[in-house]
Design a protein around this ligand. Structure first.
Ligand code: NAP
Ligand code: HSE
Length: 430
């Protein structure tokens, strides 16, 4: 092989993903050298607690420290890798690394979704790469696909299973009858979950990733605070079972669609028809479906969380930064993108699954259908289960209607005295 160029790395964060990266830098050294013409030297690793036992050994020449400035201020380091997570000190670390002329690779979707604008602007002004393939859908190269491979398309829509932890929990509940907290514990053990797993189960992690995909697909900033978000906390296995009986699987989806009136986006548990590819994505797998005006429908599938799949994406970025091509970090020439024109809340339409826990008494169905009809909502299917006990589940599949009409009807019904529990309602992908 012709002579290799040395590229020096500084890594902040040596947990699940950082450990996977250190492992792959050693295991896949030959492949990396052959693909990039570079020899990667990991000079410095920063952690919170250097005394903690690690499952992966650092190379002998690597220095373990708690000081982030030993990376940012070191002129020998070419690429700073941020795998700590959270907003601070990750944001200041990336900013300082860019100010010191280093390319940056990160997996931090929370940071880039909530505070990415300034960092992209800084990287753009400085002609540096700020790469984040690992931040969305783990090992799936969706960012590269949107930025480069689909650059010749107007993107119409993106929808995906973007959180491995939630999908793992839903799969365990659906296929093994596992309860929610046992499945979450297992996802944490396997290294899928965020340090704060509420980000996973309450839908915020999916929303962070969706904001990044929206930026890449549509060239606009979607303010994170405006994203409608509903997670899977409190999802009842009864609804997973009933959904299955109707021919659907429950999935936590991030969805974004460009309409003539504006951009419609949100994160919700959705009943997905069982024949759809998205319905078949199980365990910690993620999938993204992209609809472009030239490519048509594209489906990407792969492991969305875990040490090695995520480190695979981090390494891809490290090689891209080492190869040194022009930085198009946001996927557009403009590094500071305009704000999205968000579709008014009463515009979106969707079919719905709704479960009412009701007293088993005459006239209930009549009242429910009456209220729904008064809001222009039509029923596709219905069933009632169970004996005359304290409450019976009455399940309705609603035809497509305006989300605002469904919400108004359910609000009206929610005060009625035949209800024994709060109403459960999920959108349907049909
Ligand atoms: P993790 O296992 O919790 O590891 C975090 C690492 O960062 C630890 O080594 C920790 O040090 C270090 N750290 C945290 N705060 C620090 C600080 N203030 N100063 C110095 N070091 C600090 O996290 P992870 O799962 O690897 O996730 C890392 C990033 O990758 C996050 O942004 C996450 O969202 C993203 N990500 C994770 C996955 C996944 O499957 N896990 C997938 C895609 C993206 P100690 O070891 O001393 O505690
Ligand atoms: N906690 C995230 C997940 C890691 O479960 O998908 C990957 O971003």
């Amino acid at each position: 092989m012709s002579s290799l160029r040395t590229v020096t790395l500084g890594l902040a964060g040596f947990g699940t993903v950082g450990g996977g990266l250190v492992q792959l830098l050693q295991e896949n050294r030959k492949e990396l050298e052959a693909r990039s013409g570079c020899s990667f030297v990991l000079k410095t690793v920063v952690v919170r607690d250097p005394s903690r036992a690690r499952s992966v050994q650092l190379p002998p020449q690597t220095r373990l420290t708690t000081s982030l400035s030993e990376i940012t201020d070191d002129p020998e380091i070419d690429i700073a890798i941020e795998l700590m997570g959270g907003i601070e000190p990750a944001r200041s670390f990336i900013q300082s690394a860019l100010e010191h002329g280093k390319h940056v690779v990160t997996a931090n979707k929370a940071l880039l979704a909530e505070a990415g604008r300034g960092l992209f602007a800084l990287a753009g002004r400085s002609g540096l790469r700020l790469l984040y393939e690992a931040s969305v859908a783990g090992g799936i190269p969706v960012i590269q696909v949107l930025k480069d491979s689909l650059a010749g398309n107007a993107i119409h829509s993106i929808e995906g299973i973007l959180n491995g932890t939630s999908n793992f929990i839903l799969s365990e509940m659906s296929s093994k009858g596992a309860d929610f907290s046992t499945a979450l514990g297992e996802a944490q053990e396997k290294g899928y979950a965020e340090a704060d797993p509420t980000l996973d189960i309450d839908g915020f992690d999916t929303a962070h990733k969706l904001v990044l995909l929206i930026r890449l697909a549509f060239g606009v900033e979607y303010p994170f605070a405006r994203m409608p978000i509903q997670g899977i906390r409190g999802l009842d296995s009864m609804d997973i079972e009933y959904a299955r009986e109707f021919g659907y699987r429950v999935k936590l989806l991030g969805q974004a669609r460009m309409t003539e009136q504006g951009l419609e986006a949100g994160v919700y548990p959705v009943l997905v028809r069982h024949t759809y590819l998205l319905a078949r994505v199980g365990g910690a797998y993620n999938a993204v479906r992209i609809e472009g005006n030239a490519v048509g429908s594209l489906f990407l599938h792969g492991l969305g969380a875990g040490a090695l799949p995520t480190a695979s994406a981090v390494l891809g970025d490290i090689v891209a930064a080492a190869r040194g091509t022009t930085p198009f970090n946001s996927g557009f020439i403009e590094q500071v993108l305009p704000e999205a024109n968000i579709l008014p809340e009463d515009m979106p339409v969707s079919p719905y699954y709704v479960r009412f826990m009701v007293k088993d008494q005459p006239g209930v169905l009549h009242i429910l259908t009456g209220v729904l009809a008064s809001h222009g909502i039509s029923i596709a299917q219905a069933f009632q289960r169970g004996a005359r006990t304290s409450g019976v589940p009455l399940v309705l599949m609603l035809h497509e209607g305006r989300v605002s009409d469904v919400q108004a009807a359910l609000k009206e019904i929610s005060t009625m005295d035949f209800l024994c529990a709060p109403i459960v309602a999920y959108r349907v992908l049909d």
